[in-house]
Design a binder for this molecule. Structure first.
Ligand SMILES: [Mg+2]
Length: 287
């Protein structure tokens, strides 16, 4: 008998989900542009563009961003600080587990060139969906915007991927951190998929099935293994170890705070590799 293979779509946001800072902020520093955060907040208040699509708007309409060319975006990607162990996460998902396989994609409103450059050699370029820009042949400057996967735009990409890969909506897992992920998370939950928040954004934490706080991208495997695949704590710890990592700290509450150690790196001062597991359930903690 052929064993049943469950195929999951794992889709992740980029800015502040796989990285620490918004790529728009990194780009504005590269350009020496001023007041990026204020401009984004002003645009968000006006609801003119989908949440997360503010940078795309600025690239077309703000004088300080209008001269951006492809090479600026590639350089921005190089400067983005990534969360730890994205490669380990991607390789783990690529290998799959007995009876399960995963297809991993990045869906983000950040310009595609930025994400592809930041994740070069880690995530296949074809697995990156970002804002698609068109460039002027002569000046090389951004001429138009073809597509922005922000807000409802993320739902559109996700549905295309589900159809293309033949994955049922209840086998879709989405990981995100911010307001730009609200639409897609509501959509995924509504169709019995699974959602993970990786920030303390209160709006998102209420929507996501689980919240995991960690500097380490591999930490999202904890809720996937536990809730989606029904694996126990012992199995999860073993899986971390078989990926060259340790589950150094796991404070289990409604929000999971995960610190991941690396057994492949030389141990300096003995920190960060402690094999301790603290389980504290919120409900029991309430007196
Ligand atoms: Mg984000």
């Amino acid at each position: 008998m052929v064993p049943v293979q469950r195929h999951f779509l794992v889709a992740s946001d980029f800015d502040q989900t796989l990285s620490f800072n918004d790529s728009g902020l990194v780009l504005s520093e590269l350009l020496g542009a001023h007041g990026f955060q204020e401009k984004v907040e002003g645009l968000a208040r006006s609801n003119l563009v989908q949440q997360g699509g503010e940078l795309a708007y600025l690239l077309r309409h703000d004088p300080e961003f209008r001269g951006v060319r492809r090479e600026h975006l590639v350089e921005t990607g190089r400067r983005v600080r990534l969360r730890h162990n994205i490669r380990a996460l991607v390789e783990f998902l690529h290998r799959g587990l007995e009876g399960c396989r995963f297809s991993f994609f990045v869906i983000s409103a950040a310009p595609r060139e930025v994400i592809q450059s930041a994740l070069a050699g880690i995530v296949e370029p074809a697995h990156v969906f970002g804002t698609e820009l068109d460039y002027d042949d002569e000046s090389g400057e951004v001429r138009s915007i073809k597509r922005v996967p922000a807000g409802y735009g993320k739902v559109a990409v996700l549905e295309e991927l589900e159809t293309r890969l033949g994955i049922a909506p209840d086998r879709t897992i989405y990981i995100g951190d911010g307001n730009s992920d609200v639409h897609v998370m509501l959509h995924v939950n509504n169709r019995a998929g699974y959602t993970i928040a990786v920030s303390e954004n209160t709006q998102l934490a209420r929507i996501a099935r689980r919240t995991v706080l960690s500097d380490d991208a591999f930490s999202v495997t904890v809720p996937i293994l536990e809730d989606v695949l029904g694996r126990g704590v012992g199995e999860i710890r073993t899986l971390f170890e078989s990926n060259g990592l340790t589950l150094a700290q796991w404070d289990k509450a409604r929000t999971d705070r995960v610190t991941v150690g690396d057994t492949r790196a030389p141990i300096l001062g003995g920190e960060g590799n402690a094999l301790g597991l603290a389980l504290a359930d919120d409900d029991e903690a309430v007196a």
